[in-house]
Ligand binder design. Structure first.
Ligand code: ATR
Length: 283
């Protein structure tokens, strides 16, 4: 049951044993989730708190998910590299997460039941909603949890998918699942298509490189980069410079977090709050 939060003067949180807790688990936690969720709790006056935690192994993840059950933690978000590894430790899967075979949101349903959802796919659907993708050729770089969700949406929107990943075995698994063709990683620069999708971590802060040669960007009409930190990746900069249609991962990230917020708290994030989040969280 949701409770309203008692706040001290100045809007600071008054935490207690009744405060609802959500966590996020990642090998390299970012501040995005805690900024997004805690900002919304404060705006909606909810007695909730969201904290990121760093995990370094699947064994640790299993223990952390048991703690979510045992301590009545309301839910947890999963980031790289736990979106697939968590599935065997969950009790139920939402049909979309089951079909995608990756989970980024876990809700504690009570009685020790943990249910997995995939809100990356919901975010990706929103990010691509303005494009007519029917019959488009999309090259997806990466074969991890984000690639699975984005690839699933692109396939459902009628794209012909080409999957390309540094580790070929993972590309093969994803390609089979999505009925896609495989492009070997070393051949990615020679592909022509409509949409280039980067779902690798190449381009993230600390790894600020292009995932594909600069000249190869010209072979596509539109570019989507799932990387959100930095906001404007090298790939996005080069694509804009070449006059390409650029879709930022920020919209996918915001909409996936809004869907996650609704799963955890039951509350919808309104348009005005979404606009505020865009300005405040991604300032
Ligand atoms: P996420 O949940 O964000 O998708 P992930 O499942 O760990 O995270 O997937 C990360 C993706 O980035 C993988 O496709 C990974 O390629 P491998 O399967 O070969 O590991 C890709 N990736 C990470 N670093 C990379 C690099 N330096 N060059 C190319 N691909 C890279």
């Amino acid at each position: 049951m949701m409770t309203c939060c008692r706040r001290k003067k100045g809007n600071s949180l008054s935490l207690s044993s009744q405060t609802n807790l959500c966590l996020s688990f990642a090998s390299r936690p970012s501040t995005f989730g805690s900024m997004f969720h805690n900002f919304c709790y404060q705006k909606l006056n909810l007695d909730w708190l969201y904290l990121p935690r760093q995990l370094s192994s699947i064994k640790q993840l299993a223990g952390a998910l048991d703690a979510v059950r045992g301590l009545g933690i309301r839910g947890c978000s999963l980031s790289m590299p736990f979106k697939e590894a968590a599935i065997p430790f969950l009790d139920q899967l939402d049909p979309m997460a089951d079909s995608i075979d990756a989970v980024n949101t876990v809700k504690n349903m009570g009685n020790g039941i943990l249910k997995g959802y995939n809100t990356d796919a919901i975010g990706a659907e929103r990010a691509f909603e303005h494009l007519n993708l029917q019959g488009n050729i999309a090259l997806v770089l990466g074969a991890g949890g984000v690639s699975k969700a984005v690839g699933w949406i692109l396939k459902n929107r009628g794209c012909r998918l080409l999957v390309c990943n540094r580790t070929l075995e993972k590309a093969e698994i994803l390609a089979k699942k999505l009925d896609a063709e495989i492009v070997p990683w070393q051949e990615r620069n020679s592909v022509c298509g409509d949409l280039l999708v980067n779902c690798t971590s190449v381009g993230m802060a600390g790894q600020e490189e292009l995932p594909i040669q600069e000249a190869a960007i010209s072979k596509f009409n539109s570019i989507f980069d799932a990387v959100v930190m930095p906001r404007e990746t090298l790939l996005m900069k080069e694509a804009r410079h070449k006059g390409k249609h650029v879709i930022s991962g920020v919209s996918m990230c915001l909409y996936q977090a809004a869907a996650q917020f609704q799963i955890y708290t039951g509350q919808m994030i309104t348009g005005p709050l979404m606009q505020e989040l865009q300005l405040r969280v991604f300032a």
